[in-house]
Write a protein that binds this ligand. Structure first.
Ligand code: PMP
Ligand code: GLN
Length: 378
């Protein structure tokens, strides 16, 4: 067949995790915890299965879970998303992103993406016939110059994709960034897809700048979220999408024929668990401890640490040590040192080689210690 994505290979997460397995390396590449989720959560899910909640959920998701999400978003961001018409439970953040894009991107539409960018955005846009307009950010701080973003606008600009806290850089958008974005998109029809899967992993008392905080933006935005990050259960592939009714109506037209609905007992288990826990907070301090611990260890290696304000990824640069491309360096680290990372050039269209690697620190203390012990030899 004629490939619809001729220039797309296998995702870097699969490539690096496979390599880690082959070489029996410590896997700090693909982002997932190496510890289990709360046993209480597991009991709520198994209880839902045992009680017979094993058939199709309603197309937009279980009402109990949507209601809890509405309450959370209202409490945290002062935004009222109606659970019946503006919240849909999805198969992870990935499906929320794919379906949001599918519901509004057509052939010739341009989508502005800040790179390094999570790797599902660009291929999805291309699959829909859209055009990716990358805005390249550079280490160490990966800041956005909004005047330069404006230069990317054309009559065909359909959407801007945001991701804060950002994967892979761990950078966050500030209130100033959002204000600039509001100014830039005022009197335009430009849509926003805000990937907020790391909304609860933000450090040093910074406030997550959810698009839901800003009425001017949320009326034109899809927000993608993930329970995988919130509950340390990435394998469950559950998340959700928030959008105003007019956008959610289009989203659900696609969702109903894409998956129709997602895993019933897990939705119910999560709803009961969150009701029982009574809070979404605590994740930031949990991961801040891990970040601080990991950074302290890494500071003893020859790598240069880049800032990390959110997410569970720490980037390092090594240009002062070697001229190797990050893809080569990542392979060498797996093969010779037994530690897997992600080469950050994989998240760019143009693959500029800034010589930066990403490590995931959603790991047990002893895993991080063992990994850094090996990296000390570099
Ligand atoms: N967006 C970003 C930035 C992510 O890091 C991830 C998870 N790796 C996703 C979306 C996808 O989330 P999920 O695993 O819930 O599909
Ligand atoms: N979000 C995870 C990461 O950035 C991986 C997700 C995936 O494997 N697709 O590492």
């Amino acid at each position: 067949i004629q490939s619809k994505l001729p220039h797309t290979g296998t995702t870097i997460f699969t490539v690096m995790s496979k390599l880690a397995e082959e070489h029996n390396a410590i896997n700090l590449s693909q982002g997932f915890p190496d510890y289990d989720c709360d046993p209480k959560l597991l009991s709520f899910v198994t209880e839902a299965m045992q009680k017979g909640f094993n058939q199709y959920a309603p197309m937009p998701g279980l009402p109990a879970l949507r209601e809890l999400i509405a309450e959370k978003v209202s409490n945290l961001y002062g935004a009222n998303y109606h659970p019946d018409t503006e919240i849909t439970i999805t198969a992870g953040g990935t499906q929320a992103i794919f379906t949001a894009l599918s519901s509004c991107i057509s052939s010739g539409d341009e989508v502005i993406i800040f790179e390094p960018a999570y790797d599902c955005y660009a291929p999805t846009v291309k699959l829909l016939g859209g055009l990716v307009k990358p805005y390249e950010l550079a280490p160490p701080n990966y800041e956005i110059d909004w005047e330069m973003v404006k230069k990317l606008f054309t009559a065909n600009t359909k959407m801007i994709i945001l991701n804060s806290p950002q994967n892979p850089t761990g950078c966050i958008l500030s209130e100033k960034d959002i204000k600039a974005l509001i100014k830039l998109t005022k009197n335009t029809d430009i849509l926003i897809l805000s990937d907020e899967v790391y909304e609860h992993i933000i450090f040093d008392n910074n406030k997550h700048q959810s698009i839901a905080l800003y009425p001017e933006l949320r009326e034109r935005s899809f927000i993608a979220a993930s329970f995988g990050k919130l509950l340390h259960a990435t394998g469950w592939k559950l998340g959700y999408c928030l959008a105003p009714e007019k956008l959610m109506k289009e989203f659900r037209k696609v969702h109903q024929f894409n998956v129709f609905s997602v895993n019933t007992p897990m939705q119910l288990g999560i709803a009961n668990y969150l009701k029982d826990a009574g809070t979404y907070m605590g994740l930031s301090s949990f991961f801040q401890q891990k970040r601080d611990f990991f950074r302290k260890l890494l500071a003893e290696t020859n790598f240069n640490l880049l800032p990390c304000n959110g997410s569970y990824f720490q980037c390092v640069s090594y240009g002062h040590l070697s001229e190797e491309k990050d893809t080569d360096m990542a392979i060498r680290l797996v093969k010779n040192y037994g530690v897997a990372s992600i080469p950050v050039s994989a998240f760019y269209t143009r693959n500029p080689d800034h010589q930066v690697l990403r490590f995931c620190f959603a790991k047990k203390q002893e895993t991080l210690e063992k990994a850094v012990e090996r990296l000390m030899k570099l």
